[in-house]
Design a protein around this ligand. Structure first.
Ligand code: 2P0
Length: 329
């Protein structure tokens, strides 16, 4: 049995749209922080058909036809969910003698699943890492990132840290160098599953949103500027652009047909609160993904104080960044 741990990432320049779904070419380049305290732990082992049969008999019709066993937070997943994971494992069952190998995966997130807290980035990257070990493929971080994007685009960035990027023009996933020591404080406003998955949300926006072309055009500029601000170590510029880019992404949902939003009244209140703290001299900036929760970007040096302040008002999950090395497992 192999055990791995992988970390979630939160984008400060968002991936929102696919230029080519089959080849997994994103419509926008993205940059994210890899967070050491938002993670997934995954165990994987080979099993035989008899073990699958036994579990299916125990659990019922919904599980019939699964090719592997997939437990998420201790719960056996049904055929539909398991098939998505089996397709990811297929990316490693490439040799003739691997084609019929069955696996049992047990995965645990230390954060609410599918509430826009990026559990898919840590979850999918963990499965990729686990398969790399089990199938003894010995692939590099970059090679793993390139496989991981087929499971979930954002998961590719989790192979690099403290800051990772995915370039839409070169396809490359890599580390972004910066001297800034960054951290994130997630304000957990709602732990429910999101109504529209990011995958469906970004596809709807790409097909129908009247501001999508403008989003793509501006995102290219944002990406270049963010790389520059990170390399110059200009935190206020990084923070301001993080907010602007997130708001631009969310604008595309409002202009979709039908219009929708991931943000709630509570999200807007939290954004206002972050701005208020800034007026009081705190260095903090917000970002939001495909869910209502607000994430606060700050510097490590302000992390403890901001955790105290925000923790008085909100349930928080706070994390510094994770440095990922080549032999990270
Ligand atoms: C991001 N998100 O850059 C953006 C911002 C959500 C909002 O990447 O379809 O689960 O599997 O490639 O990676 C979430 O999308 O989507 C995401 P797929 P994924 O983090």
């Amino acid at each position: 049995m192999e055990k791995v741990k992988s970390y979630a990432n939160i984008a400060i320049i968002k991936y929102w749209g696919k230029k080519d779904k089959q080849k997994m070419i994103p419509a926008t380049s993205s940059i994210s922080l890899t967070l050491k305290d938002l993670y997934t732990e995954t165990e994987i082992e080979f099993i035989d058909d008899a073990e699958i049969k036994k579990e299916v008999e125990k659990n019922g019709e919904k599980f019939s036809g699964v090719r592997d066993l997939f437990f998420l937070n201790s719960e056996l997943q049904d055929k539909i969910h398991t098939e998505k994971i089996s397709k990811v494992v297929d990316l490693f069952r490439t040799q003739e003698n691997e084609k019929n190998k069955k696996v049992k995966i047990k995965t645990t997130n230390n954060m609410p699943t599918a509430a826009g807290l990026s559990s898919s980035s840590s979850g999918l990257s963990a499965i990729i890492k686990a398969c790399n070990k089990l199938f003894k493929k010995n692939l590099s971080q970059e090679q793993l990132a390139q496989i991981s994007k087929y499971g979930s685009g954002s998961s590719a960035r989790s192979f690099f840290g403290p800051v990772g990027m995915w370039d839409k023009n070169t396809g490359e996933v890599s580390e972004v160098k910066t001297d800034l020591k960054l951290a994130m404080i997630v304000l957990v406003l709602n732990e429910e599953k999101k109504i529209i998955s990011s995958r469906k949300g970004m596809a709807l926006c790409m097909e129908t949103s009247t501001s999508f072309d403008e989003w793509i055009r501006q995102s290219e500029i944002d990406f270049e500027n963010m790389k520059k601000y990170l390399s110059e170590g200009d935190f206020s510029k990084v923070g301001e652009l993080t907010e602007e880019n997130a708001l631009r992404m969310h604008e595309t949902t409002k202009n979709a047909n039908p219009p929708f939003t991931y943000l709630t009244e509570k999200s807007f209140e939290a954004m206002e609160y972050v701005k208020k703290l800034r007026k009081q001299g705190e260095r903090c900036y917000f970002t939001m993904d495909a869910g209502p929760n607000v994430k606060v970007l700050c510097l490590e040096e302000d992390f403890e104080r901001l955790k105290d302040i925000l923790g008085k008002k909100y349930k928080i999950i706070a994390s510094k960044c994770k440095v990922i090395s080549d032999n990270d497992d």
